[in-house]
Write a protein that binds this ligand. Structure first.
Ligand code: FAD
Length: 318
């Protein structure tokens, strides 16, 4: 079932999960171990992230360095199929522009369609770690909006081969990313909002946000979206903080601010067990307040670590 149908049918707020494929070499059991403890609370859908290649340098004979492209976390499509098969829960694969030509994107969408997966989250993708910025493939997309446009085209039966007659249309429900604290490359929130609106006008049907810890930032973002005429559902993304290090790493990686109260509480903790409790309590309060605000669903970034998320969904949805 499509994410938008889940949201429409729901009589109360829903929750969803986001997981990432395990490092290459690890089995599918590690995915199940992260999902199993949360199943009893009824997640409505599970997103699976997509990770493009990274470059590593291998030492070779005579000191030469060989640059090799490797995918450390392959398996997004297979994991989605396994989730649907094992749990009968809808899986939402992330599909990115980075590393894909338009034809490769089309073929990936055909695979998903054949598997019966009717949801995708369309993203530009992060830049390759060792490169200063995002570089599109020569025959690929530069922005998520262009990817949305291609998926919408396929939903109308427009394949890249112009000689195809009576091609079967796909029927994907398309979600996109939104940033309550602005995407880090956007010069300002107004510009970022303009392109977010463009993604919706091109055919995206809902927004999932970057994680945040200050609900006021999310509420301002929703109000701004509504004022700009963006009417689709907006699903907030939350991740319970769990280590002291994260008060430095989260702002760095996700370009977000942490509220003073949260930083103070984490700094007072003696160890990471105490930080976990602070993180769980913060996420519970955030979730309850967001539900009061009227969100249709809360998206938890579990990233395979279910212990803290379990405590949160038990308190909020249990
Ligand atoms: P876009 O919407 O394309 O925006 C990127 C930047 O370009 C923004 O600054 C925007 O304002 C600007 N822009 C947009 N359109 C235009 C245009 N037409 N002209 C000029 N400027 C424009 N990354 C992964 O690699 N894999 C994942 O699985 C993944 N999952 C994610 C899930 C969520 C919910 C979120 C919030 C992010 C995720 N990301 C993932 C990270 C994401 O790929 C990065 O944040 C990326 O830098 C931007 O992606 P986007 O889809 O928001 O890009």
């Amino acid at each position: 079932m499509k994410v938008t149908e889940h949201l429409k049918k729901a009589k109360k707020p829903l929750f969803s999960l986001e997981i990432l494929p395990p490092l290459k070499g690890k089995g599918i059991q590690s995915i199940y171990d992260g999902i199993d403890p949360l199943i009893e609370f009824g997640p409505s859908f599970i997103n699976v992230t997509y990770h493009r290649e990274e470059f590593v340098y291998k030492k070779r004979e005579k000191g030469y360095l060989e640059k090799i492209a490797i995918k450390k976390r392959p398996g997004t499509v297979g994991i989605c199929a396994a989730i649907v098969n094992k749990y009968k829960i809808d899986a939402v694969p992330h599909i990115i522009c980075g590393g894909f030509t338009k034809e490769e994107t089309e073929n990936a969408l055909i695979d998903l369609n054949f598997l019966g997966i009717d949801n995708v989250l369309a993203l530009r993708g992060d830049p390759i770690k060792t490169e200063p910025g995002f570089v599109a493939e020569e025959l690929g997309h530069s922005y998520a909006g262009q990817l949305v446009n291609q998926i919408v085209g396929l939903n109308k039966g427009d394949y890249m081969d112009e000689d195809l007659q009576n091609a079967t249309p796909t029927d994907f429900c398309i979600g996109v990313a939104g940033y309550p604290e602005k995407h880090f490359e956007a010069p300002n929130l107004k510009t970022d909002m303009k392109f977010l609106k463009q993604k919706i006008e091109l055919g995206a049907e809902y927004i999932v946000t970057q994680l945040f810890y200050d609900n006021n930032k999310f509420k301002d973002f929703v109000n701004l979206c509504r004022a700009e005429g963006i009417t689709v559902p907006i699903i907030p993304g939350l991740k319970p903080i769990s280590t002291k290090k994260q008060i430095l790493s989260l702002p760095k990686f996700f370009h977000i601010d942490l509220p003073d109260d949260l930083v103070d509480a984490v700094e007072k903790c003696k160890d990471n067990d105490e930080v976990k409790q602070v993180g769980i309590e913060w996420a519970i309060q955030q979730s309850k307040d967001l539900i009061d605000f009227g969100v249709p669903c809360i998206h938890y970034y579990t990233m395979g670590k279910s212990v803290a998320t379990r405590e949160v969904v038990k308190a909020v949805f249990g």
